[in-house]
Design a protein around this ligand. Structure first.
Ligand SMILES: [Zn+2]
Length: 124
């Protein structure tokens, strides 16, 4: 891949990473205030243990998507650093520049991505 294009993709990934981190921080801040509201509404009649589980579940559901996105971005930056960026992690064939421009954190070529999406999630 052209080094200029590579630099551009690296900047895109770094910008994406900043955005995801900001969203995670935002969600954690928002969650804290919602948890406080819930604590006021349910206390003291609600069982405190049940309430803790609920808040934990909300935190997991909210952060899972962003945490996964961050992991994909970090992986892509790592591949850029070691020089394997743009190579499919499944079949070792180059991923098209058009695909990388559209989805810079892509780890697999379109064929492997589609194959994985079609496969049953828990195939043994
Ligand atoms: Zn592939």
């Amino acid at each position: 891949m052209d080094p200029t294009e590579m630099n551009r993709i690296q900047r895109t990934l770094e910008a994406l990473r900043t955005q995801v981190l900001a969203r995670i921080a935002e969600q954690r801040g928002g969650l804290q205030s919602r948890a406080e509201v819930a604590a006021e509404q349910f206390a003291p009649t609600q069982d405190s243990h049940a309430q803790t589980i609920t808040q934990h579940d909300i935190a997991l559901a909210l952060s899972e998507h962003e945490t996964l996105a961050l992991a994909h971005i970090d992986d892509a930056l790592q591949r850029l650093a070691v020089g394997t960026y743009g190579i499919c992690t499944a079949c070792n064939q180059p991923i098209t520049v058009a695909r990388l421009q559209a989805w810079p954190e892509a780890a697999r070529c379109i064929c492997c991505q589609e194959a994985q999406e079609k496969a049953p999630p828990h195939r043994t």
